[in-house]
Design a protein around this ligand. Structure first.
Ligand code: CA
Length: 362
């Protein structure tokens, strides 16, 4: 061995020695910091609910794997710990650590929260994600949720939703007058401006209400989830929509439960939430495609867009509705400004890229 090689070898050995010592120390620190935590997560969906429910179970599994077992998240479907729509308050008070639901359910607490769930004639899924991540959406959301002792992470996206199932054909605005329709969130507010009587019903009660004619129409999600609800058996008219162009789901932590996690544990959860968020969109795309094919093959249904008269009126009313809420609620005004500024900027690009391409592709 010549002298130069000997020096290299010596330097290497010193380096390895140095590394082992600091790795040993880091490991000790991590063991203390990443103490095992067990967190309770409640959802607004039944156990094993397709895509949304199974997605959050997969999230918990991935977090456990990635954390080497230091984070265990127990997932409880609706009503097992708290009712579907009580998850917000139960997490806010610290009775549970995390909830998986959708911000559109919380408009009664603060109408501004519904913007985070999605807006009629608003942004597409990719535009919305871009607003959350790069346009200030996530910061605004966290700022408002902080007042409720909550810390939200993105927890999925349904992709574009359908307009709903109707027992009768809709040919004009007049046909909507007085209809009772299950539809939550801003979509519900908007349909009420079109003469519809919006009704908030939990998932398990919609089919029976529609079958018995207690309601005339129901909006749920899209083919993938609607098909298993059986709506096509009792309402033949299925319309595409503009009320929910890409609804956001949330994975929201009690702030104290979030803060007591180590930085490493928070990073793992954040990465897994990003994975859940994108995987859900991919799953909705493929499952919607398959279910649409099946519905068209097996059901005697009529699929169409709403008549232009209905869509134009809805667009006008939607603009007015947003302006009204903004004038009544300071939070809404701020969030809406951020959202609509981003939408106005990004839609130019979306129109010359996605819209043109989809039209050309046919
Ligand atoms: Ca919906």
């Amino acid at each position: 061995m010549d002298r130069r090689n000997f020096i290299t070898l010596l330097a290497g050995a010193t380096l390895v020695g140095g590394c082992s010592k600091s790795q040993f120390e880091d490991k000790n620190i991590n063991i203390n910091r990443n103490r095992k935590v067990r967190l309770k997560l409640a959802t607004s969906w039944p156990d094993n609910f397709p895509i949304m429910g199974t997605g959050v179970v997969e999230f918990a599994k991935r977090v456990k794997e990635a954390s080497g077992g230091s984070i265990e998240i127990e997932v409880y479907g609706k009503n097992r710990l708290v009712p579907a729509l009580a998850v917000f308050d139960a997490t806010s008070s610290g009775n549970i650590d995390i909830f998986h639901s959708g911000p559109y359910y919380w408009k009664g607490k603060n109408i501004a929260l519904s913007i985070f769930g999605g807006v009629p004639f608003g942004m597409s899924p990719i535009e919305t994600m871009s607003w959350f991540k790069n346009g200030g959406g996530l910061e605004l959301w966290r700022e408002i949720y902080d007042r409720y002792n909550l810390y939200p992470l993105l927890g999925g996206n349904t992709g574009p939703q359908m307009g709903g199932w109707f027992r009768k054909k809709i040919e004009s605005l007049a046909d909507l007058q007085g209809l009772k329709m299950r539809i939550p969130g801003l979509g519900g507010e908007l349909f009420s401006r079109l003469g519809v009587n919006p009704i908030l019903l939990p998932a398990g009660e919609i089919f029976t209400a529609l079958e018995r004619g207690m309601i005339d129409a129901a909006e749920w999600v899209g083919p993938a989830l609607d098909i298993s609800m059986g709506f096509y058996k009792v309402a033949k008219y299925y319309y595409s929509g503009w009320a929910e162009p890409g609804s956001i789901l949330e994975l929201t932590f009690n702030k104290h439960s979030w803060n007591k996690l180590s930085k490493e544990q928070q990073a793992i959860i954040e990465m897994a939430s990003n994975e859940l968020n994108s995987n859900m969109l991919y799953n909705f795309q493929s499952e919607n495609s398959s279910a649409l094919e099946k519905l068209k093959r097996e059901g005697e249904i009529y699929i169409d867009k709403f008549p232009d008269e209905v869509t134009q009126k809805a667009k006008e009313e939607s603009k007015k509705l947003m302006e009204e809420f903004a004038s009544q609620n300071r939070d809404f005004e701020r969030v809406w400004k951020s959202y609509s500024d981003f939408l106005n900027k990004t839609k130019e690009w979306s129109n010359i890229s996605y819209k043109s391409y989809l039209e050309d592709r046919g």
